[in-house]
Design a protein around this ligand. Structure first.
Ligand SMILES: NC(=O)c1ccc[n+]([C@@H]2O[C@H](COP(=O)([O-])OP(=O)(O)OC[C@H]3O[C@@H](n4cnc5c(N)ncnc54)[C@H](O)[C@@H]3O)[C@@H](O)[C@H]2O)c1
Length: 366
């Protein structure tokens, strides 16, 4: 029996108000905990994750819009629709990643929740990185390197700085203004001050490296196979499309490579260039048996982050819960389910005054 035909709409204002109320650090910590719990409990037999798909185009600007579905059997379906338009910041002053996340009731097909996905994507991606980094990096890591200083970099500097006591954050971007302005964008949450460096210094000095670039398809790797610390842990975030990769192949081949979601990573992630036997266990296996992977903290490791719909499901559920406690969000009757089930025209018979039709004078340009 359908109890509500309304959809909970969590606009960007509601998402921001939720984060403000709970605090950025606390929201991130909750997301890290919920995501880790979801990995530990993950049972692939109870979840259906069709391959993500979408439209990829060159005009009017290069980009793609894709959908990322997940069905928890017996519960609900979550779908994130995400746009990737790397010219957005310079051309329109908009983020590269623009998205919404929605949930559907599988008893009826009803859209139960629709939420902004921009801030939740940055937070859930950084939360997933924290989980992988805590499994693979040394706990005494002091230097964070960043290549790519856009939106995801901000969330990652924030998130990783909550779990590691960094003395230095070394950053590089092909856009010098992006690299230089990262310091200002990270000032609010009291991380170590980012220092602009070249990739060789970043590789040489870092304990943990994040690559989060909008490198073009076929434009990688971002750097050559440069000398690095033996225990370096790399979080490769930007490789999430066929042909779009960030790391040198020889580095990958020396590393223990852990994909976030293997079936997707072998098509879109750094794993797309590896043979099956060169790919390590996925992050779910690592979270379910952390002791078995603890020795990897002393070697080169790569977390191949392509972005998994399970992360969006966890983020949507957490924001719906937190916003609900605060009475935030709006319930809207988006779907027309109010009339008789077998008569979509029933509303025409209702005793409601017709809406007056306005006539507008228009003149054709000469
Ligand atoms: N794995 C995930 O779950 C996940 C989630 C969100 C975004 N992403 C990916 O992360 C990447 C970054 O996203 P964003 O939102 O920060 O984008 P953004 O546009 O805000 O930032 C990207 C930055 O990369 C820089 N860049 C491009 N090519 C470079 C190169 N060759 N070397 C150094 N810097 C370079 C750009 O100048 C820009 O500053 C994108 O590729 C996006 O698809 C992955």
């Amino acid at each position: 029996m359908l109890t509500s035909s309304a959809t909970l709409v969590l606009s960007s204002d509601a998402v921001e108000a939720t984060v403000r109320h709970h605090g950025l650090d606390q929201t991130l910590a909750l997301l890290v905990d919920r995501l880790e719990e979801a990995m530990v409990r993950h049972d692939s037999a109870r979840t259906v994750t069709p391959a993500r798909s979408g439209f990829n185009y060159e005009r009017p600007h290069p980009g793609l819009v894709e959908w990322m579905p997940i069905h928890e059997l017996g519960r609900d379906i979550t779908i994130k629709v995400v746009g990737y338009h790397p010219k957005n910041p310079a051309t329109f002053g908009l983020p590269t990643i623009v998205s919404t996340i929605s949930a559907y009731d599988t008893a009826t097909g009803h859209l139960s929740c629709l939420m902004d996905g921009v801030l939740p994507t940055a937070l859930r991606t950084a939360a997933a990185t924290v989980i992988a980094t805590r499994r693979f990096a040394r706990p005494d890591s002091r230097t964070l390197g960043l290549i790519g200083c856009g939106a995801q970099a901000v969330a990652h500097v924030h998130a990783l700085s909550r779990y590691y006591d960094f003395d230095r954050i070394l950053v590089h971007d092909v856009s010098e203004p992006a690299a230089r302005s990262l310091r200002e964008r990270c000032a609010a949450f009291g991380a170590a001050q980012p220092e602009v460096c070249d990739p060789a210094e970043i590789l040489r000095e870092s304990d943990i490296l994040l690559t989060a670039t909008s490198v073009d398809v076929g434009g990688g790797p971002l750097f050559g196979d440069l000398p690095h610390r033996p225990h370096l842990h790399v979080n490769a975030i930007g490789s999430d499309f066929p042909g779009k990769t960030e790391l040198p192949l020889s580095l990958l081949r020396r590393a223990y490579v852990c994909p976030d979601f293997r079936p997707q990573a072998v098509i879109e992630g750094e794993c797309q260039r590896l043979q099956p036997e060169e790919i390590g266990d996925d992050i779910v296996a690592v979270c379910q048996d952390p002791k078995a992977y603890a020795h990897l903290r002393n070697r080169l490791t790569v977390y191949d982050s392509t972005g998994w719909s399970l992360q969006d499901q966890v983020a949507l559920r957490l924001f719906a819960e937190l916003a609900g406690e605060l009475g935030l969000g709006e319930y809207l009757e988006i779907e027309n389910t109010g009339g008789a089930a077998n008569n979509p025209y029933e509303f025409l018979g209702a005793d409601i005054a017709p809406v007056p039709v306005l006539t507008v004078e228009t003149t054709r340009p000469a």
